[in-house]
Each structure stands twice: as structure tokens, then as C-alpha cells.
Design a protein around this ligand. Structure first.
Ligand code: IMP
Length: 187
């Protein structure tokens, strides 16, 4: 029997499940296997973009069968809004020396693409051997800048999502599924 769609209400707004735990688990494992093949014989450094990438990063790393290192960077976030302010600032920098390293940025979602463009510009100053991006989600209709996204879990519509690390005003990160805003007439 089909299960009824699960909903949550966060800050008075209703969200419904868009990706289940099983879908996320399988797709993230596939990305980990792909990275393992692509980086065979190399020791990449994964840079997680805080806070949203925490769940994706921890599941992805467990699916990567390589010697690797990790570090984190924190950028300004949406705060309590559902749309990007367009201003990206660095709140916590990268500690590791990235010179001659194979860098893989790990993002929860690429939306306008401005955060990723900011990271790309920043990392070039460190002269890495290579730079790649792994993002769980891509709101491709919203992306305003040209970017190469090497590993994309899912392309999603231009609608607000929470769960699996993603928040709305810091709420919702601990939901194990990915939820999308229920907008009558849109989905
Ligand atoms: P961008 O700079 O517009 O690409 O936005 C990237 C950041 O915005 C992500 O790392 C998230 O923190 C946040 N973000 C974008 N879309 C959403 C969403 O639908 N839900 C929650 N956070 C989002």
C-alpha cells in the first residue's frame, strides 16, 4: 500500500518529503564511489562548507575509499530568509595549506552559485593542484554564474528545501529526509 507523504511544519510553514532517507543514502554512496574511482592514487582534501554540508559530508566521506583529509570553511548564510542576499562573506577560513593539493569542496546546495564562485576565487590564491565541487543539490534554474559542478546528487526545482543539513533560520538541519516547501500550485 502506498505510504502517505510525510510532512513537517517548521516556523508555521508546511514542507513535504522530497527525497527519502534511502534515496539520499544510495545517491550519496554512488557519488562516493565515483570520487573513489576518479581520485585513485591521490590523496584529496575535502573542504566542507558549514553548516549545511555536515550530513552530506559525513555520509559522503564514509563512501570514499581513499586516504583523504578534511577541513571546513564557513560562509555567511541565508539567515532567517528564504532567498539569498547575494552578499557572501567568510565567517571561518580554511586552516590547511592547499598548495599542490587536490581540493574537493563539499556543499549542501548550489543555488545562485555566488557562494561557490566566492570559494573558487578564494582557493585559487592557494595554488591547489586541482579543484572540484561535490554538491548534494543544485537549483539549476536559480544559478546566475557559470560554474563547473563535478559531482551533483540531485538537480531540484527552484523551491526552498530543508532537512539533511539544510536549515531555515537554523531549524530543520537534523531532519533525516529532504523536505520541500509545499507551495500550492507549484508542486
Ligand atoms: P548560493 O550562494 O545562492 O548558491 O547559496 C548557497 C547557500 O545558500 C547554501 O550553502 C545554503 O546554505 C543556502 N541555501 C540555498 N538554497 C537553500 C534552500 O533551499 N534551503 C536552505 N538553504 C539554502
Amino acid at each position: 500500500m502506498p505510504q502517505p507523504t510525510k510532512h513537517v511544519v517548521v516556523k508555521g510553514e508546511r514542507f513535504r518529503v522530497h527525497l527519502s532517507r534511502d534515496e539520499l543514502r544510495l545517491r550519496v554512496a554512488e557519488l562516493g564511489q565515483q570520487i573513489t574511482r576518479d581520485y585513485a592514487g591521490k590523496k584529496p582534501i575535502f573542504i566542507g562548507v558549514l553548516n549545511g554540508a555536515i550530513m552530506f559530508m559525513s555520509d559522503l566521506l564514509r563512501a570514499v575509499d581513499l586516504d583523504c583529509e578534511i577541513d571546513f570553511i564557513k560562509l555567511s548564510s541565508y539567515g532567517a530568509e528564504k532567498v539569498s542576499s547575494g552578499n557572501v562573506t567568510k565567517l571561518k577560513g580554511i586552516d590547511a595549506d592547499l598548495k599542490d593539493r587536490h581540493v574537493i569542496f563539499v556543499e549542501d546546495i548550489v543555488d545562485t552559485g555566488l557562494s561557490m564562485q566566492f570559494l573558487m576565487d578564494l582557493v585559487q590564491e592557494s595554488n591547489p593542484a586541482s579543484v572540484a565541487v561535490a554538491t548534494l543539490l543544485h537549483k539549476h534554474e536559480a544559478t546566475r554564474v557559470p560554474l563547473t559542478l563535478d559531482y551533483v546528487g540531485y538537480r531540484i526545482p527552484n523551491q526552498f528545501v530543508i532537512g539533511y543539513g539544510l536549515d531555515w533560520g537554523q531549524i530543520g538541519r537534523n531532519l533525516p529526509e529532504l523536505y520541500i516547501l509545499d507551495e500550492p500550485g507549484k508542486n
